[in-house]
Design a protein around this ligand. Sequence first.
Ligand SMILES: [Zn+2]
Length: 358
Amino acid sequence: MFEKSTWIKLPRNVVVGHGVVDELGEAVADLHLSGEPLIVTSPTPDELAGDRVRTQVPEAETVVVEEASFESIERVTQAAKSHNADYLIGLGGGKPIDIAKMAADEINCGLVSVPTVASHDGIVSGRGSVPEGDTRHSVAADPPLAVLADTEIMAQAPWELTTAGCADIISNYTAVQDWRLANRLKNVEYSEYAGALSEMTAEMLVDNASSIRPNLEESAWIVVKALVSSGVAMSIAGSSRPASGAEHLISHQLDRIAPNQALHGHQVGVASIMTEYLHSGNSGRWRAIRDALDQLGAPTTAAELGLSADDLLEAMTSAHEIRDRYTILGSGVSLDAAYQTAAVTGVIESDRPESEDR
Ligand SMILES: [Zn+2]
């Protein structure tokens, strides 16, 4: 008997392009959302686009948050309750959007995402996290009801935020390989459709890496569309598997070992060079990943991330312990193997003489 069933939750209105922040009112009306929104933003995006958003939803109240923390979520939750907000609008980068996402999940209301930077794929997915002591607290909530990604605004964002978004997408390559491996070895459910979409998205960025340049709205367009399809792949899979494998585990460890050293996307990009090597050795595509990151101007070494070799090796050898997610790291990579991988791929400088047999 056929007993399978699945839910695929997607954003309903995804509006991407020049000046689309001015279409927020229309996008919200189209969702038949009634009642008052609460805008959740941080100082810079508020200055950049806050007034344009408020013109569209004049009845909205605004909460400005400074950092990703539980206090911020609590403040937003309280404000939403006291204003009887019916839905939240997250305006800004990863921080305010993640906070809005978690608050919306907490009070069980809808979210409209208005990203001002293309720094990671969380702008479209329901997944978010904030630091909690030594670890991170994550939610897997519903994706936003609508996403308005204004390429004019995003093209003006600091370039390193865009390269971080690109690197986050390029890391889908290794995430999908980890997912397939987990399917073969641990019978983790795999979706061909989500896997193919996610891989194709990474491919698109690697192929276009040389044409993605600062201050070009066309570049913001390519990156946003890739972030959207990456988010859709996660929605189809019903998990973050299509976009998060061993490279993300290593990055989470780095967040713990060397907090706030580098951007999330940059960390997963560098980690992805190494996990690609772990998957396929020298015949793999680790050079293609590294070269694409290099062309974009994203870091390709521990030093460029501001990390010592020891920090990187510690993250690599302990990343498998973080969560119950089977990847190429298996039950752990030995220090020697981690060193080899990092040295061969040029992520750290080799301090050992070249051996004859390699
Ligand atoms: Zn990521």
